[in-house]
Design a binder for this molecule. Structure first.
Ligand code: FE2
Length: 281
């Protein structure tokens, strides 16, 4: 089919995600990476954790490995302490982001550093191209103040975590092995938002609160909308709303995946388990 110039992305599908538990019993909603939507190349997983009940999160994520991709933790509320086997440690605070390139291997813990109150945020897994899967682990960490807020007409605010907007605001996460954009957008009721996105990118909107329309599809509450092909996204807020707009260049490479390891074939996957068991991470 021929593509119109500046064609607007429609909604290909919507989903609410699946309640699950991971780590030491942390309750979360899995939007990408579950049976409903195993992946959206280059994105392998999207978890939404949000609870004011310490029972849901206090166990945290004790030491566990990763190889072959990046984990992006964006925190809205609470504090999470992280520590890895190479001695890298710190505390992620509300409004901050940690873009961790696990590369050849990281063993780390991610633990809530609070006994009560709200803990809320997201973890996104971004796949790495085959040639980068065994790269040295790397961190890009930025606190709330380091993430620019772009003010637009209609009272729309765009927090630019990664990538560059059409109004030339660039996010602090700049070393992107897999090209991606990660925007956190707040809209008052009645506001419209439009933004070009490269046609080659896969993209999704995750509505956190409020109600928006994309194309002719009305979304409400916490809903993931996978966007169809096109060169721009356009949406309108029917209520005060907040959403994530995330897009990335698909890798189009074979995926061999088990638990915390995501490689290109079974042999590499077996090697990952062996390397981990024999302490080579
Ligand atoms: Fe992790």
């Amino acid at each position: 089919m021929e593509q119109r110039a500046n064609s607007i992305r429609t909604v290909k599908r919507t989903l609410l995600g699946q309640e699950t538990a991971d780590g030491a019993g942390v309750r979360l909603t899995r939007l990408i990476g579950g049976p409903q939507l195993p992946q959206l190349d280059p994105f392998l997983l999207l978890d939404d954790f949000r609870s004011d009940d310490p029972e849901d999160y206090i166990g945290g994520f004790p030491p566990h490995p990763h190889r072959g991709f990046e984990t992006v933790t964006y925190l809205l509320a609470g504090r999470v302490e992280h520590r890895d086997n190479a001695g890298h440690a710190g505390v992620l605070e509300a409004g901050g982001v940690q873009w961790m390139t696990a590369g050849r291997g990281v063993v780390h813990s991610e633990m809530p550093k609070q006994q009560d109150g709200l803990l809320a945020g997201f973890q996104l897994w971004v796949n790495l191209p085959a040639k980068q899967k065994m790269s040295e682990p790397r961190y890009q960490e930025f606190d709330r103040q380091a993430i620019p807020e772009e003010q637009r007409g209609d009272g729309v605010t765009v927090r630019v975590v990664a990538g560059r907007t059409s109004l030339d605001t660039q996010g602090p996460v700049r070393e992107l092995m897999t090209p991606a954009r990660y925007f956190d957008i707040t809209l008052p009721a009645g506001a419209r938002f439009s933004e070009p996105l490269p046609a080659a990118y896969n993209a999704f909107v995750y509505l956190l609160e409020g109600a928006v329309s994309i194309d002719a599809v009305a979304l409400k509450g916490r809903t993931l909308a996978v966007l169809g092909d096109g060169e721009a996204v356009e949406l309108a807020a029917r209520e005060p709303s907040r959403l994530l707009l995330v897009a990335g260049l698909p890798l189009g490479e074979p995926i061999a995946r088990r638990g915390p390891f995501v490689m290109n074939n079974e042999a590499e996957l077996r090697q990952a388990f062996t390397d981990y068991q024999e302490g080579r991470f």
